[in-house]
Design a protein around this ligand. Structure first.
Ligand SMILES: Cc1cc2nc3c(=O)[nH]c(=O)nc-3n(C[C@H](O)[C@H](O)[C@H](O)COP(=O)(O)OP(=O)(O)OC[C@H]3O[C@@H](n4cnc5c(N)ncnc54)[C@H](O)[C@@H]3O)c2cc1C
Length: 383
């Protein structure tokens, strides 16, 4: 586990080359504080498709990458986090659509999604259903040949650039008064609905949006899977997504470390380099420790997933630990820069704002502690 194979070193090297040659140039040609245009996103997704990571969780026989999640995690750590989160939304949705899709839907949509010609996302969160992700109210009702969707979704990654939406809906209550979930595929071009971009503090080249469905009609065949299975497929996805999101914060902390180490070597105070002062060395040691422990814990969780272990607790632990440890590491790097740390010219503030975003999606740190605690005690303390 700790000795990467030659193949894994090669995967990391080729991911770094792909980022340098295809992704960085696209990101730097657009403002850092505004969502990228759809055309830029399609170029990025075409590059990700050529690299074989638009469907890493699908077997090769289905056109997917057939990657182990550890190998995928090694790649995700190399990607610019704003792209990594968009990819996670897209490819996680591809995996959810693949599970239980009727063949005609698979044929209509999966090829374009895997080739990066279309972008997709999953819409579960609602104004009244956040951490309590099963409390959804968006309704689907069958009317003859159509399913009619009504309701709203919020905080949806990729919303304004996506073509295909996997929308969690409910078609009634169970015996305990809880919503029964259904997955509905909504093709925005054929079944229009409104999308509003939400301005946010970090990952500002990305897309986070609110959706409103008013009598949105889709073919009845676009209801996917079995009644009540939306929550199950969300959870399966989240157990993989959580350590992957942790690795996105590792990427940010690693960048902050490199800037801080360079600054500590260059900047002199009290007659010697900052790096020669004991407390600065301690800060650098703390940053490196946060990076290495976070990376190992996230890879440990992904390796458990690869072994088929039920990874609820360890995935929650990995994301909560990594997002907190890496946020603190970036703040230490900021402090080593003194006044330069808070100037927007250095860009460390952006690393921190980007990292802060990751403490919310796919389980807030509070929710992750409760998931981990439930695994440890066998007692759910959510309600
Ligand atoms: C960058 C980003 C991307 C996202 N992408 C998507 C996406 O693609 N699709 C999607 O469906 N959603 C997405 N989300 C939404 C995300 O999943 C929700 O924001 C998250 O589940 C929290 O819900 P909330 O914002 O309503 O907070 P709330 O649920 O209102 O929580 C507020 C606070 O209360 C705490 N809290 C809640 N319940 C408890 C409890 N029982 N005990 C103790 N504390 C509690 C939480 O930990 C949190 O600190 C995204 C969010 C972000 C920030």
């Amino acid at each position: 586990m700790f000795n990467f194979t030659e193949d894994q070193h090669a995967i990391v090297d080729s991911a770094r080359r792909m980022v340098a040659q295809e992704l960085t140039s696209e990101l730097v040609s657009h403002p850092v504080d505004r969502p990228l245009p759809k055309a830029a996103m399609l170029k990025i997704f075409a590059a990700l498709a050529r690299f074989g990571i638009t469907a890493p969780r699908l077997p090769e026989s289905a056109g997917g990458g057939g990657l182990s999640m550890v190998d995928y995690g090694l790649i995700v750590e190399q990607l610019p986090p704003v792209i990594a989160l968009s990819l996670l939304s897209h490819e996680g949705t591809v995996a959810r659509l693949y599970a239980g899709c009727p063949p005609e839907i698979t044929q209509t949509y999966l090829a374009d999604l895997i080739a990066g010609r279309k972008i997709c996302c999953t819409a579960n969160s609602e104004p009244e259903a956040g951490s309590d992700s099963r409390a959804i109210r968006t309704k689907v009702a069958i009317e003859g040949e159509h399913a009619v969707v009504n309701g709203s979704k919020i905080w949806i990654t990729n919303a304004s650039v996506a073509d295909v939406f996997n929308v969690s809906c409910t078609d009634g209550m169970d015996a305990h008064g809880r919503p029964v979930s259904r997955r509905v595929l909504v093709d925005r071009a054929a079944s229009p609905f409104s999308v509003r971009e939400i301005p946010v503090m970090g990952l500002q080249q990305g897309h986070l949006g609110e959706l409103n469905f008013e009598d949105c009609r889709v073919p009845v065949g676009h209801i996917i899977g079995e009644q009540g299975d939306a929550a199950k497929y969300l959870t399966l996805g989240w157990n993989v997504n959580r350590p992957l999101i942790g690795l996105m914060t590792v990427h940010l902390a690693q960048r902050a470390f490199e800037l801080a180490a360079q600054h500590a070597a260059d900047r002199r105070q009290f007659g010697k380099a900052l790096a020669a002062h004991q407390l600065v060395q301690q800060d650098l040691a703390d940053i490196e420790t946060a990076i290495v422990t976070s990376r190992l814990l996230c890879l440990h969780a992904l390796e458990a997933v690869d072994r088929g272990v039920r990874a609820n607790g360890i995935s929650a632990m990995a994301k909560r630990y990594a997002t907190q440890a890496c946020e603190r590491a970036i703040l230490l790097a900021m402090q080593i820069h003194g006044g330069m740390g808070i100037s927007q010219e250095m860009g460390i503030d952006r690393l921190w704002r980007d990292a802060r975003m990751f403490q919310v999606p796919d389980g807030t740190n509070g929710t992750l502690a409760l998931i981990h605690g439930r695994e440890l005690t066998g007692i759910a303390a959510f309600r």
